[in-house]
Design a binder for this molecule. Sequence first.
Ligand code: CR1
Length: 827
Amino acid sequence: MNSHNKKTEHYFTKPGVANIGLTKEDIKTSFLEKLFYSLGRIPVVATKNDFYTSLALTVRDRVFRKYVKSLEQYAEEDARGVAYLSAEYLPGPHLGNNLLNLEIVEETREALAEFNLDLDELLKEEVEPGLGNGGLGRLASCYMDSLATLGIPSIAYGIRYEFGIFKQEIQDGWQVESTDKWLQKGNTWEIVRPEISFEVKFGGHTEHSRDGNYKLHIEWIPDSEIKGTAYDTPILGYQSNSITLRLWKAEATESFDFAAYNLGEYYRAVEKKMRSENITKVLYPNDENLSGKELRLKQQYFFVCCSLQDIIRLHLLQGRKLETLHEKFTIQLNDTHPSIAVAELMRLLLDVHQMGWEEAWKVTKSTFAYTNHTLLPEALEKWPVNLLRNLLPRHLELIYEINSRFITEIREHDFTGEQISRMSLIDDRGEPTIRMAHLATVGSYKVNGVSALHSGLLKEEVLKDFAQLWPEKFTNVTNGITHRRFLAVSNPRLAGLISEKIGKEWLTNLDKLKGLESFANDEYFRRKWMEVKLENKKNLAAQIKELTGIEINPEMLIDVQVKRIHEYKRQHLKVLHILSLYMQIKKDGQKDIPPTAFIFAGKAAPGYFMAKRIIKLITAVGDFINNDPEVNETLKVIFLPNFSVKLAQHVYPGADLSEQISMAGKEASGTGNMKFALNGALTVGTLDGANVEIREEVGEENFFLFGLTTEEVAERKKAGYHPYKIYSENEKLKRVVDFLLSEELTKGNTELFRSIYDNLLNQDPYLLLQDYQSYVDQMENVYEIWQDSQKWAQMSIINVANMGKFSSDRSIKDYCEKIWKVKAVKA
Ligand code: CR1
């Protein structure tokens, strides 16, 4: 095992070796063994969590068996591989997914039943790792699933936050945050690798000197050092392969002086230890808005530094030279969060491994590829030069050098002075800052956006000059989702119906869903389809009751908007629509509005004033409407607290209508849109992000479109946008907006929503009032079709039948072909 040049022995393919069975009897035996020997428990006193843990350990053994086999295979083939660098992951609960991938769901259910235990009850026990904010983190986890399933040699690196995304509670209608103690009951799925650990330096200064041969040596003398230790979670793909998710935890270095001679010294050492561990304490809860926090930069550098040292270790372990790093590895930067990697790899190659600049730069820019996930200006990371000087002095020097060589290069092209200063890695128009997106772009061989529209805008706007300089560097990979978790695991009823009709091949080839399309005209099948949906809606209604105490009739149209709360996503546009229905019932005496439950969920960044106020608005409208007997048979408004992957898995299957209503040009892709459609919800949406491609796939007649296009938004703003004019000219809109200040809604606290009201009438940067009428009109159309349930079922089936493109398997194949040039290793 020590010599890595030797051909690997097939330990785990030898008959009889570690042959862990997958039958019901095998599972029963292991389950009891785990309960007795790993937990020291007997059934009469065991808690639900003990049973969950015994089951998780039972499944874990089987996962590990497949995992080591995969590792053997990757090592043997010695193929080119991918390292995925992401500051966020949202894997969701592991147990259910691993059962599916091992294909032992039924065996396990039966085994447990013999102990009078219910699998679904035990699945509920799992606490998920909330190591991300939203779409970006969940996307990374969908990609892990597909990388594993497709057998792509890969390793995913990130941060093992001790506290993940905060837990959200609703108190008096407001969001209240508390810490997410996801590790409190232990984590069955990970193993610590104390021997895989690296030192990470911070602060201090650099010293430049020349040796006898006049060669320049640069030494970074830090003022502190910490250690990162690897925690590995095997990510099992469907049926065969797996990959590693390696998360780094910060610890104090061994060199800490615990042999202190007096008490003061001892406490200082303890404090130092605690300070070191702070780095991976908590996830920053800001989605698409980064406020230049020093600790955040420390986190980014910390995990990048550990990951790159690990990649270099793995490369050298195979007896290879660093000059060929880019031939064996490609490193994907998931947004700019890990983009300091460009400078760090240069540092490692130049200062630690004594490579020359030209060679090091060639290796660096042939190794990295960068995915951009947002065009929002407030989300584009810029780190103050002064902060870098204090924290990473050597990296600042390197960035200056990279920049100066880059500027020299572009001066040879026809760029204007203005363009050159626009492209510079350093923005010196105020306090000097480093533009991390520029560093990532200059240091990568490919740059991609996450939907066709977004990749286009990236080239036309944010990185326009770079696209002119290096057109071949830019490409698109439209996001995708794992249909195994988001259909097979979370919606077994629909998955079962689909498999009954077209077989199970869709699990590994989502394009097979196309086979459903011809049944869209089959009345019997449509009925079955709607029966499944109704069962799922009952399940969702039960969840809603449990979480909020509110009862809804499962026959209602279930209209859902779940995602982070953000003004550009326009949850408040949905609220305006709900209020318009309320007015129609109360003021216009309209009686024929189909009963609808409006479901919202999502977290607001703790410091985002408007987003938190939007939550309060939703809950206030809910309070008001749900308690008015004149309307509450027709309308229900619900805010589900603490949205998570686990909760999401209940929500998507039960939705009839998916709200994807961002202002065009703002949502880079969206992935919830895909999850809803895959579960048979119809979409009401704008031409934004991946909505455009969803509509293309399902056909425009099967998609409820409204609102301005990206170009129209730009024209509208250029021509001068006056929301007040729209408001004053639309009587029905006016009464809805005015209602925000009403005594009734605000219970006398009429200033409560003044900020939202003023914002809409004076600026309305996301054009809610502009798109309002078009939205309300399209919703009428939604209602008309909803009343024709045969038609609705037909559209729903057609939607699902055309979701093939949105499998993350397709996205990963695109990355492999367009960017990574990596091939699958066959299991
Ligand atoms: C985008 O807002 C996209 C995900 C994943 C988000 C969303 O539209 O689906 O990324 N961006 O690509 C983000 O989190 C920091 O930027």
